[in-house]
Design a protein around this ligand. Structure first.
Ligand code: ACM
Length: 699
């Protein structure tokens, strides 16, 4: 889809014509501006810059090894995207295709709020990128990469002028390595993805009830007894911090305390408020173990631990968690109760505030800035702490009103399986924050998407993050008025492809997972399984625990259809658009009806086509209720389409029976923890077939 032209005029905040003779690219143009996140200003020029084997990048102005490495990565990525072979050695004296000019260095340790702006000029004879410091250069290189498009004449970048800068200084992704260990290479490829969409904070959730994932030399039993041997060595952590810095990304570690901390106690039960013994938790949920806030030994330990980690993680910010403490161990411990009485601490919230204040002091002592989940926002907490709002948007605005800095994560939980557009609608300065004063608004630093890993492992994590994370990245980088949903989806799909060229596996993992499910198969059987997987989505929000046959644990295999489907089905989205188009035509557009029918026929036959596989594979059989539900629902929709096209309206009671059946089939899919995202479109067809006013002639 080429959005340049009418769509671009609507969505680009400051689209302007470059120079005499320059023109807007139109829908017929071969070049399409698939930039995500959208830049602040774009002006389209005339013609395009050819990208071929002679491509050469040269860095001018301020130089450093990080920029040279970025140049090597850029060339490698162009080769992957185009398939063109580029021999570096033979090009050192050739004509420069892209000059990247940087004025001066950036901070040795990347800081919040550093300049990331850049400008990019492309003409048919060459491109020039200009930035104040290497961070801006890195951002501009990603834009250049995204501009490379295939045309009938070869690969090229359209002539244009871009001026760009981020809307928010904190644009993060949190990965939970605690519940399921996420291997180093997987972390790194997600950093590559973050760089591609200009995110700049990797929040690394490193300790959980189910695992303590960072090597501590001072307290080795933390990782030795708290991780099943699955942890990052200090060498590996340093490597990740460097790798991230190379990509203009800060690494903020999180060690969650005083709750979510069972794995600490496997090796050091003396830190806990209960009597133990403690073992790594295998189930999901909120658990009783919590650190003892009343024992000075806890703070001595944490002081030494934070000393060690503050050196390893060089970023200014240090996340101390603070979420979901149920207080049961505190209630049951007479010594803690006596302490509360003697210190006039009235309840567990106040006790947690006391703990939180002590830990913040330790973090501050190391000249670091603490950040915590919104539970840490209690009266009197020092103003230095940054509040990460996850339980709702209210805490973000409330924090800003009280003078605290904050970031938004509520609405950006990728593990909940929301659509990209639902995430896209969440704005750190939306909701109650919209009413803040300009000064208060400046305290809202941005946001972070989060992937919690109950149902996420090395195999499927990319698919749970990408491509939807690109929509969140755009919300955090692009101007407030960037809201065209159709354009967002079109560009996100293009970015999804490009991210696979970077090494992410959000699409390709599915084939391997489905092949494992199928065992041996014929092409027709496998096509049916793949069509099923691509048409369904996993249940949303926190329903997966509730619908589980037995309590899921960290040892439960993630090898079922629910683990292989994409969180947002592309197939379903385009089908829904087709049905909308059909209804908007007054149900007259025969070509669109034919496309709808084709899809419905595929779904209607899936149940039968999958039968042989279901007999041979327990994993396919487990998904049989969902496959039957999809097929039967598609048949109901097909009947409705037949009725519409024959002009035979359904009686109102018949329409209702069919709508009830569709709802029952959705419930049936839930038996496999799946959902049928096409259902609203099926319902729309049934409604059109039973209500003469739906299929009226287009206005
Ligand atoms: C959280 O989701 N418990 C921060």
């Amino acid at each position: 889809m080429n959005w340049v032209g009418t769509a671009a005029r609507r969505i680009l905040p400051e689209l302007f014509v470059l120079a005499a003779g320059a023109c807007m690219l139109n829908a017929q143009s071969n070049a399409s501006l698939n930039i995500m996140p959208l830049p602040a200003k774009v002006a389209l020029g005339d013609g395009s810059l050819k990208i071929d084997a002679s491509f050469r990048i040269a860095f001018t102005g301020y130089r450093e090894a990080r920029l040279d490495r970025a140049g090597v990565r850029l060339e490698r990525q162009i080769q992957r995207q185009t398939g063109i072979v580029m021999l570096r050695a033979s090009k050192s004296a050739g004509v420069v295709t892209l000059e990247a000019n940087t004025e001066h260095e950036s901070k040795a340790i990347q800081e919040l709020g550093e300049d990331e702006s850049y400008s990019l000029d492309v003409t048919p004879t060459g491109a020039k990128l200009h930035a104040g410091n290497p961070l801006g250069t890195l951002r501009g290189l990603q834009t250049f990469l995204q501009l490379i498009a295939i045309t009938p004449e070869g690969f090229s970048v359209p002539a244009l002028h871009i001026e760009d800068r981020p809307r928010f200084p904190w644009r993060g992704l949190m990965i939970d390595s605690g519940r399921h260990f996420i291997p180093l290479d997987v972390v790194k490829r997600n950093l590559d993805g973050m760089e591609a969409v200009k995110m700049n904070v990797f929040h690394w959730h490193l300790s959980e009830n189910q695992g303590f994932r960072a090597e501590s030399r001072k307290f080795p039993k933390l990782h030795e007894q708290g991780s099943d041997g699955l942890f990052y060595t200090q060498e590996e952590i340093r490597d990740v911090v460097e790798y991230a810095r190379d990509r203009g990304i800060r690494v903020v570690p999180e060690f969650d305390m005083p709750g979510h901390s069972t794995a600490w106690f496997a090796g050091y039960p003396e830190l806990a408020s209960g009597s133990g013994p403690y073992v790594i938790e295998r189930q999901w949920g909120v658990f009783d173990p919590a650190m003892d806030p009343t024992d000075e030994k806890t703070y001595k330990f944490l002081n030494e631990f934070i000393t060690e980690m503050a050196r390893l993680f060089t970023d200014q910010f240090f996340h101390i968690g603070g979420d979901e403490v149920n207080g049961k161990e505190w209630d049951a411990n007479p010594k803690i109760q006596a302490f509360m009485k003697s210190h006039r601490i009235k309840n567990n919230a106040e006790l947690q505030a006391y703990f939180s204040g002590r830990v913040q002091d330790l973090v501050t002592k190391h000249k670091k800035t603490p950040i915590g989940w919104d539970e840490v926002l209690v009266p009197g907490v020092p103003k230095t702490i940054v509040i990460q709002s996850w339980r709702g948007v209210d805490s973000l605005a409330a924090a800003a009103k009280d003078g605290y800095r904050g970031i938004l994560s509520n609405g950006y939980y990728l593990d909940l399986g929301w659509s990209a557009v639902r995430h896209y609608a969440m704005d750190p300065l939306g909701g109650p924050a919209a009413a803040l004063s300009p000064e208060q608004k400046r305290l809202i630093l941005g946001g972070e998407s989060c992937i919690w890993s109950e149902y996420v492992n090395a195999e499927n994590i990319d698919s749970r993050i990408w491509p939807r994370n690109a929509a969140i990245a755009e919300r955090l980088w692009s101007s407030e008025g960037t809201n065209d949903v159709a354009s967002m989806y079109a560009r996100m799909e293009t970015e999804a492809t490009r991210l696979e060229w970077l090494g992410l596996t959000h699409r390709s993992f599915q084939r391997a997972t489905l092949q494992r499910m199928a065992g041996s198969w014929t092409p027709a059987e496998f096509d049916a399984l793949r069509a099923l997987a691509q048409s369904l989505e996993h249940e949303k929000d926190y329903s997966r625990e509730a619908s589980a046959v037995s309590p899921p644990t960290s040892l439960t295999p993630l090898n079922r259809l629910v683990d292989a489907v994409y969180p947002e089905s592309v197939v379903s989205r385009s089908f829904s658009l087709l049905v909308d188009q059909f209804v908007a035509s007054g149900c007259k557009d025969a070509a669109v009806a034919a496309q709808i029918r084709l899809e419905l026929e595929v779904w209607a036959s899936i149940e039968d086509r999958l039968q042989p596989l279901a007999e041979r594979s327990h994993l396919v059989k487990e998904a049989a209720p969902a496959s039957a539900a999809l097929s039967q629902a598609a048949k109901i929709a097909m009947d409705a389409l037949d009725g519409i096209q024959k002009g035979a309206l359904l009686a109102a009671d018949q329409g209702k029976i069919r709508l009830d059946s569709l709802n029952a089939l959705e419930q049936q899919a839930h038996k496999s923890q799946l959902t049928i995202p096409e259902l609203p479109a099926f319902q729309k067809l049934v409604e059109a077939a039973s209500n003469s006013s739906v299929c009226t002639a287009p206005k």
